[in-house]
Design a protein around this ligand. Structure first.
Ligand SMILES: [Zn+2]
Length: 452
């Protein structure tokens, strides 16, 4: 009788229902089993998949087959021939088309009832409200910078009560997958409860760079010879001309120089494909690693959405390089985290202009953020871009921040801008708790409590 929303027969949700309609002793808190859970999941749960590459394709398929019906996917890339071995939703005739659009279409064709909205753009192109709309954000990304940005966006929704306890209804859960060759991880991030991406940023060591002296004087491996040709010899010979990794002639030049270097030092193993791999920092992608990690992420999303089991606590690592090894580690939150904590407290004089405040931020000891755009309670205080918004908000720069924030003595503002991460500039979003001092119209301290 329960096949009213089933196209592929009444057994379609048999396995899902085993999880949702039965009680158990590892269920999450407040779990109430019953068929309505599946209906609620399908009607209300809204998941954003960030990335439509190797992991993203898997995630969309897994989430759709797990009963989620309202999915959206965001990815700025177009399909390349080299994606086709593992990004299984794409075909040769799709090369050149946006990944998000093709992935959404393919999963909708195969899984009836699911609706997937694609977004072919950069993650920074969407405003904060866009991200606020989702119950869960699933990350299938390969860059630290993009993870860091999404993490800061998700954490920006988090509010703390007057006892500095996170308000549960403001928690934006994330599940994050990552793979590198035969290794992978899946983690659950509940901002304010489990460590956010920034709390454990040290898990991602900076990219290995060879010391220049090794490259120049004592090369020992084929990779050293390639990096010598790429980083040192190229500049010596070509002066100011910048190296373009996508130009086959440039790559060929580096390859032949690396070969000469390798012969000189009696080193073997320099090939054209290794040259590409080293120069472009390509790590081979393994389809099964993506499948395993995505499965873990989709399961965690389903747990969060329905509570049928306790969540992973909180970081799973998988290693298929030698034998097969999985392990779950519970990492701890950094209570001083700039991203998921209650926000950086900044005291400002009530007469300080917005421009002066921006100058202060640039020199702030723990928060150096440049080119900031600022939002207070959904209202743009100042926007660096697009030009039309910059022009509209420019006159605010001369006004006191206190007035712009509606003369509220203590409140939170969100700042997006640029920070330096691992020597690279990257987009960031920070939450600032502004407290005004000076003449704040005699507002009593007690009215300010929990003012955010
Ligand atoms: Zn954190």
């Amino acid at each position: 009788m329960d096949n009213h929303n089933s196209v592929s027969g009444e057994n379609r949700w048999r396995d899902l229902d085993k999880l949702l309609v039965r009680p158990g002793n590892i269920v999450g808190p407040n779990f109430e089993p019953g068929p309505q859970l599946r209906d609620d999941l399908q009607a209300y749960a809204k998941v954003l998949v960030v990335g439509a590459g190797g992991l993203g394709c898997e995630l969309l398929k897994d989430l759709a087959l797990s009963g989620f019906r309202n999915l959206e996917v965001i990815d700025m890339d177009r399909i390349e021939v080299s994606n086709l071995n593992r990004q299984f939703l794409f075909r040769l005739q799709d090369v050149g088309k946006p990944k998000a659009e093709v992935a959404a279409m393919r999963v909708m064709e195969r899984v009836s009832g699911v609706n997937i909205v694609p977004h072919f753009c950069r993650i920074e192109d969407k405003n904060i409200e866009f991200y606020g709309d989702f119950n869960i954000i699933a990350l299938g990304l390969d860059s630290i910078e993009a993870r860091s940005y999404i993490n800061s966006v998700a954490c920006s929704f988090l509010e703390y009560d007057s006892d500095d306890k996170p308000c549960e209804e403001t928690i934006k859960p994330m599940v994050d997958g990552g793979t590198e060759g035969f290794k992978g991880h899946a983690r659950v991030i509940l901002p304010g409860i489990t460590p956010c991406f920034e709390c454990t940023i040290w898990l991602f060591p900076p990219q290995v760079k060879f010391p220049l002296c090794t490259l120049a004087e004592t090369p020992r491996t084929a990779a050293h010879c390639i990096e010598y040709a790429h980083l040192i010899k190229w500049n010596e010979v070509h002066g100011g001309k910048s190296f373009d990794a996508d130009d086959p002639e440039h790559m060929q030049w580096v390859y032949s120089e690396a070969l000469k270097r390798a012969e000189l030092f009696g080193i073997s193993g320099v090939t054209y494909s290794l040259t590409q791999g080293v120069v472009k920092n390509i790590i081979p992608a393994i389809a099964s690693t993506n499948a395993i990690i995505s499965a873990a992420c989709a399961l965690e999303a389903l747990k969060i959405a329905t509570g049928f089991s306790k969540s992973l606590s909180n970081y799973l690592t998988y290693n298929g390089a030698e034998g097969l090894h999985t392990k779950v580690t519970e990492f701890w939150k950094d209570n001083d985290c700039l991203v998921c904590g209650p926000g950086v407290l900044i005291e400002v004089d009530s007469t300080t202009s917005l421009q002066k405040f921006i100058d202060l931020l640039r020199e702030h000891p723990t928060l150096p953020i440049s080119k900031p755009s600022m939002v207070h309670r959904g209202k743009n205080l100042y926007m660096q871009a697009p030009p039309i918004l910059e022009e509209m908000t420019r006159s605010n720069l001369q006004l006191p921040l206190f007035d712009l924030m509606g003369r509220i003595p203590k409140d939170v503002i969100h700042v997006t801008g640029t920070v330096t991460l691992n020597d690279r500039k990257t987009s960031a979003l920070r939450k600032l708790r502004i407290v005004f001092k000076g003449n704040v119209d005699g507002v009593a301290d007690m009215d300010m409590a929990g003012g955010a």
